[in-house]
Design a protein around this ligand. Sequence first.
Ligand SMILES: C[S@@+](CC[C@H](N)C(=O)[O-])C[C@H]1O[C@@H](n2cnc3c(N)ncnc32)[C@H](O)[C@@H]1O
Length: 275
Amino acid sequence: MKRPLPRPFLKWAGGKTQLLHELMARMPAHFRAYHEPFLGGGALFFGLYRAEAVNHAFLSDSNAELIDAYIAIRDHADEVIARLARYPHDEAFYYDLRAQDPWQLALPERAARMIYLNKTGYNGLYRVNRQGKFNVPFGRYKSPRYLDPDNLKAVSRALQTATIRRMRFEEAVGDAQPDDWVYFDPPYAPLSSTAHFTAYQADGFSAQDQARLRDVCLELSDAGVWIMVSNSDTDLIRELYARPPFRIHAVKARRNINSKAAGRGKIQELIITNY
Ligand SMILES: C[S@@+](CC[C@H](N)C(=O)[O-])C[C@H]1O[C@@H](n2cnc3c(N)ncnc32)[C@H](O)[C@@H]1O
């Protein structure tokens, strides 16, 4: 029997499953290691793994709880699964678990809590308040799939050789070598100046951060690293990447989390490459 292939184990704001085929179609012809410094749900990493297109991967994100969940599944998948198997789908239990301080829990338990809250919480969002506390209400789904042992085991296998670190993007790409490929999926620039920057966690991602990311892409380009960036189709992003070595590709994407401005239809997004 064929082993199941890994898919993202969390629903993540800005998840790239909808755009996956557009991203995969634009991978460089050859690359050595793969880097994903805004990992989130990791849709492209898992897509590349399923296509047997990735050897060594450097995966990172600034979100500590998220990175710990990846490490827990890589190193302790059976314990995470055992925990989830004991969790009932029940509103009172949800609020009890939500009230627990994740940093008082052991690593596998913290990961199980995050997966459970993510899959059973309203809209499947990871959202924290100003105190850094997860504050999403119970989701009232009929049968949410928070216990998926086959996928967690497949994810664990896919992560065995990956370097997984909590880091900001600038630091994470310090390891990129010539001929490596870096895919940047930052929090998107807002579609209108009145829209709020999406708050993935307590600190947001400002226009200055977008400009710093562009500068990092220029440095990596000079060093012979392949880069791909996804972002919203806005004047800011088009200006930042207007000149060589960058090429801008416009693609249509379906969005349904955090895009009030665009409603739930298709909107245009940008994929930028230096090749
Ligand atoms: C658009 S999401 C990535 C979505 C991901 N590609 C997916 O398919 O689910 C952006 C991610 O960037 C992370 N992030 C925000 N600021 C960051 C920073 N300065 N350095 C590294 N990661 C950051 C957030 O925690 C979030 O997980």
